[in-house]
Design a protein around this ligand. Structure first.
Ligand code: FBP
Length: 256
């Protein structure tokens, strides 16, 4: 976006968590996508298959970030620490993507395989001049608290040093700690990953505001939007905080 900030709708949960993640009115992908487009998201991040399925409702309306890795929760627990290939940079290009994305679980026993995949994506994307978003998620047997600032900033730094153009990572719980994450990323824009739905929307908006005040560049949000009864309003509220600098309480007017 011209102001260097972004609100991205994350929509890979049908694979990552399964359809049970969606309230029944949002199980059909086009229904929720129409709502977030109306709400004014800047872009949607989804798998190539989902982008193909829903082309009709987003094409020409919002940006597209094609996510090229994923995993299901149907796998045995230990192999959920690996993201598999879900498509190629050429698929993203054919879909008219503005960027591509891939996850690395930093600290996973499969870190090495995910790095191979990351660099395959990174190199192909370079050929076509596509930016690469890294979902830099610290996760693995040696990590007891994946939201700890030391851990999150380590992941963000590793993302920056592995060539990410944009980093998506966990909120560390406060403006001060998230500022440390932003600093460790050394100038690569950092976006907050939404996380499980907050009981009160204002709490989520507060986190977004803290991220922005810490120097973050926006948010990639899924559940806090599609599990809300008013997804369009939630998107409007997040957009107001990210792009207009509204306070969380003030932005709530869009949700109520
Ligand atoms: P949310 O805003 O719903 O947290 O979405 C962000 C995201 O990274 C999705 O892209 C992904 O499907 C999900 O979180 C993965 O969540 P987890 O691995 O923590 O269960």
């Amino acid at each position: 976006m011209p102001d260097g900030k972004a609100v991205v709708f994350a929509f890979d949960h049908g694979v990552e968590h399964g359809p049970a993640d969606f309230p029944s009115e949002h199980v059909v992908p086009e229904v929720i996508i129409e709502k977030v487009v109306r709400g004014g998201v800047d872009a949607i991040m989804m798998l190539p298959g989902t982008a193909r399925l829903t082309y009709r409702v987003w094409a020409g309306e919002v940006g597209l970030i094609v996510k090229l890795t994923s995993k299901t929760n149907l796998r045995p627990k230990e192999s959920r620490l690996l993201q598999s290939v879900f498509g190629y940079v050429e698929d993203a290009l054919a879909l008219g993507a503005d960027a591509v994305a891939a996850t690395i679980y930093w600290g996973s026993p499969y870190e090495d395989s995910m790095l191979e995949r990351w660099f395959a994506v990174r190199n192909a994307a370079d050929t076509y001049g596509l930016p690469c978003l890294q979902l830099a998620y610290p996760r693995g047997p040696a990590i007891s608290n994946m939201y700890d600032v030391e851990i999150v900033r380590y992941g963000a730094r590793a993302a920056a040093e592995s060539g990410a153009d944009l980093i998506k990572t966990y909120y560390t719980g406060s403006r001060e700690t998230f500022a440390e994450v932003v600093r460790a990323a050394g100038g690569v824009p950092v976006l907050m990953s939404g996380g499980p739905r907050a009981e009160k929307p204002v709490d989520f908006l507060r986190s977004v505001k803290n991220v922005m005040d810490a120097g973050g560049r926006g948010v990639v949000v899924g559940r806090n939007v599609f599990q809300h009864k008013n997804p369009e309003g939630m998107v409007k509220a997040v957009v107001a905080v990210v792009h207009e600098g509204l306070g969380p309480e003030e932005a709530l007017k869009y949700v109520e």
